[in-house]
Design a protein around this ligand. Structure first.
Ligand SMILES: CC(C)(COP(=O)(O)OP(=O)(O)OC[C@H]1O[C@@H](n2cnc3c(N)ncnc32)[C@H](O)[C@@H]1OP(=O)(O)O)[C@@H](O)C(=O)NCCC(=O)NCCS
Length: 241
């Protein structure tokens, strides 16, 4: 599968032209939430009543805007990919929270997932069975050594310790986003213990694709691909081929 980082232009946002999703491509759309603040009225009209209710529960305007951009664009883009009116898109969350399409369009080979962090939202789409994306704002986290100790697999811990101190913050977010992308692709989310599987590098492909190993995981079926969504952010996408 080819990973394509897409750019959502203002013209594309206001047009209703279809989006093409060829088999064999994962399309990733990183969007800065500020760029869509002026389109918030249009986006708000696309949300379901349940989503509007969730958005209103956020106390801070920035959090409301992030939610609105993520969920409004998701509905709009699903509509453009599948050629359906946004209002007819039926989404439901599985028992572990993963949103999926249901009804007629739920039968198509079409997967999506979203992630948001700080000022960035990433929307991912592919003609795959399973897809998960994660993005993290790279920030100072004094407790990341403890997080590594608690949540990384022993092999990941050893790889992390091999990084010089100055490179550990980046190394932490790189590994973390890969792990989250994988549990989001399976739909288990944090119900799966993060040290129960291991993200390993694959020197054959220059680390553009990583492997995932662990009990019950068919390593050959999975692809984990790190990507740079925007300066100051780490991202990864996981998909089952
Ligand atoms: C999914 C999860 C890993 C998200 O991690 P995160 O880094 O905090 O958040 P991200 O921004 O990357 O992703 C959030 C989005 O992923 C999607 N999502 C939610 N649960 C998901 C799951 N189990 N698998 C895949 N995607 C999921 C949603 O679209 C969500 O957006 P929203 O919060 O605006 O509705 C984490 O929240 C989790 O494990 N949740 C499970 C909670 C649970 O078990 N809920 C029970 C039923 S509701």
């Amino acid at each position: 599968m080819l990973i394509r980082i897409m750019e959502l232009t203002a013209t594309q946002f206001i047009s209703d032209s279809p989006l093409l999703l060829p088999a064999g491509e994962v399309q990733l759309w990183p969007v800065s939430i500020q760029d869509f603040a002026c389109g918030s009225k249009e986006l708000a009209m696309l949300l379901s009543a349940e989503e509007t209710g969730r958005m209103k529960q956020f106390r801070f305007p920035q959090d409301r805007l992030r939610f609105l951009v993520a969920h409004g664009l998701l509905r709009r883009m699903i509509g453009q990919y599948l050629n359906i009116a946004s209002g007819r898109i039926l989404l439901e969350s599985g028992s572990k929270g993963k949103p999926e399409l249901y009804g007629k369009h739920g039968q198509e080979l079409f997967a999506f997932n979203i992630s948001h962090s700080h000022n960035l939202v990433v929307l991912a789409f592919a003609r795959a069975h399973k897809l998960g994306v994660d993005v993290e704002h790279i920030r100072c986290m004094p407790d990341f050594p403890e997080i590594v100790a608690c949540f990384f697999h022993p092999q990941e811990k050893a790889a992390f310790q091999r990084h010089p101190y100055g490179a550990r913050q980046q190394a932490f977010f790189d590994c973390w986003t890969c792990k989250e992308a994988f549990v989001k692709a399976t739909g288990e989310g944090l119900n799966r213990s993060l040290d129960s599987f291991c993200i390993t590098s694959n020197s054959e492909n220059n680390n553009t694709r990583l492997n995932v190993t662990g009990e019950g995981i068919s390593t050959a079926s999975w692809n984990i691909a790190p990507f740079r969504p925007a300066p100051g952010y780490a991202g990864a996408v996981a998909f089952e081929v």
